[in-house]
Every structure is written in C-alpha cells, then in structure tokens.
Design a protein around this ligand. Sequence first.
Ligand code: KG4
Ligand code: ZN
Length: 334
Amino acid sequence: MKDMYILGIESSCDETSFSIVKNGKEEIATVISSQIDIHKEYGGVVPEIASRNHVKNVTIVLEECLEKANMTMDDIDAIAITYGPGLIGSLLVGLEAAKTLAYLFNKPLIPVHHIAGHIYANSLVSNLEFPLLAIVLSGGHTEIIKMTDHYKFEKLGGTLDDAIGECYDKVARVLNLEYPGGPKLDKMAHEGYPNYKLPVPLNDDSYNFSFSGLKSAVINLAHNEEQRGNELDKNDLAASFQKVAVESITNKVRKAINDNDIKMVIVAGGVAANSAVREEMTKLCEEQKVKLSIPDLKYCTDNGTMIAAAGYYAYLDGRRADLRLNSKSQDKLA
Ligand code: KG4
Ligand code: ZN
C-alpha cells in the first residue's frame, strides 16, 4: 500500500490542534494552540470562550501545520476529525473545518472518537500487540478497554462517578493550585510523604473505579485539619492522595491482566503523564510480564497527532463519514 498522509484535527476541549502523520506512526508536523492561560483565571474551561478561541485559531493552526510539514492540501490523503465526545461548541469548530477541507479538496473524511485518539497516541511510540488492555486516564474518562485487534474496542470497566483527571483537578483546587491542577499536584506529591490515611476506593472484584468518595475524603480531611487549627501539610496530602488514586488504578489493571489473556498494556489520556502512574504501571507490567506502552509526555494531553494516528487505523477499518457528520458531546467508544 502506498504511504498515507493523514491530517488530524482536534478541538474537543481547549486545544486547537492540527497534525500530519504518515501511516499512523510517523509524525510529520504538529501544531497545538492551547488556551490554558485564558481559562486559568476561571479555574476551569469556559465552553463559550473555548469555542470563540477555536474560531480565532483554526485557520492559523492549519496554515502553520502545512507550512511546518512543507506540504499543501494536495499532499494529504485523508482528514481525520474528533467528532466527540467533548464540548459541543468546540467540537463543531474543528468539525466544520474538517468538512470544509474534505469538500474543497475532495478528501475522505474519517470520524475519530476522542478516546480512540488517546489510545492511538501509543502507535506513535510502540507496535501494538493484541490482545491488549488500553487504560484510559483523562480529564473526562477512566476506563479499561480490551482490544483484540486494531479498532476493536471492548469496555471492561470504567468510573462510576468522577474521572481521574477531574478528581485530580478538584483536589488541586482544595490545595489552591491553579487550573489544570493535576500536573502541579503530581509535583507536590514528590515533595511529601503519604502520611494521611485515605481509603482505597471501590476495592472490589469489578473493573470499575470510583473517585468521588476519595475526592470528598480529601476535602473533609483538609477542612477538619483547618477547624482543629492544625497546619495542613499540603505536600503530604498530595502524596497521600496520589498514592491511593494510583493504587486504585493498578489494582484493577492487575485484575484485568490476570483475568484476560493479555500481551500488552497501553496507557492513554492526560493523566498518563502522571509520574506515579508511569512508575507504578511499569512495576506492574514487569511483575505481570506483559509489555507496556505509555506515550511521550507531549502526546498524553490533547493533540491532533493522536487523532491522525487513530484516523489511519479507522480508515483501514473502513470508517468514513460524509458531510452530514455531526459532533456529539457524548458518545461511547465501546
Ligand atoms: O486527556 P486530557 O488532555 O483531556 C481530556 O480529554 O479530558 O487530560 C487532561 C487532564 C486534566 O485533568 C489534567 O489535570 C490531567 O489530565 N493531567 C494530570 C497530569 N498531567 C495532566 N493529572 C495528574 N498528573 C499529571 N502529571
Ligand atoms: Zn483528551
């Protein structure tokens, strides 16, 4: 088969990103325009402001990406677009750009689920070996997905309430850290010791997770210490929270490896950038003698590269969309 260059477009939250990837594996050029500095002062992403900034950025990011790749739209074989899930206004800006380009330049349009994108960030660094477990840890998702082949997803379990990234960000707010608090909390955890006792949530036989109880336990602990006039050791609290949150994930992944005939574990999503997740998953996979893939830090959070990579395998799986494709704020991968 001839080489295939896919233009990937991501705009589901607060990053406008275009990327060109060759054969689902080789990054040619990526441009990401992040709005973090704009949303920081509100303590989280404001959907309306996010959509308006996508509108401002979308053509500039596209032009920059083509320029960086030294390519024109004639060199592109197909366009992969995140159709959902995400913020509807933000998604629609990327989708309209993708449809316009597909129509103008007569290119196939490939619909990509945002989580498939996070999962396929791994194909940029590893050869995927099936059956595998994809551990999706992001701001909106916490799921264990079994894949028996490319683009064959089966959900084994997921969070019953908050996602892990959401929990990190909410706990970070209690510690007065700026949005997005997850990475800052991760850093603080390294400065402290896990001296505070917190319960490991949903320590049962399922593949599910629950993080809202853990979040409440941290908030209550902080308030109680304050009311008692005790000084809260924020670094210790961060270390205690991180230990329990990551232990909850590795417990369930261990069970899923044991119950299924798994060759490889791949980690995906923004929280795959977490240092304890990376460390503990490495230990677990060594102990279980399965291969492990974790994307480079730059591919963990939202980007067009992962969408272009997923788009390649979606294309091989025969997935195409026409100009009636619509964005979906919510949609199940499996
Ligand atoms: O995957 P992502 O970019 O967005 C979604 O699709 O949801 O993930 C963003 C999330 C945020 O909640 C952010 O705080 C978290 O990933 N995050 C981290 C770290 N880096 C990013 N959480 C904990 N530790 C980190 N190092
Ligand atoms: Zn994401």
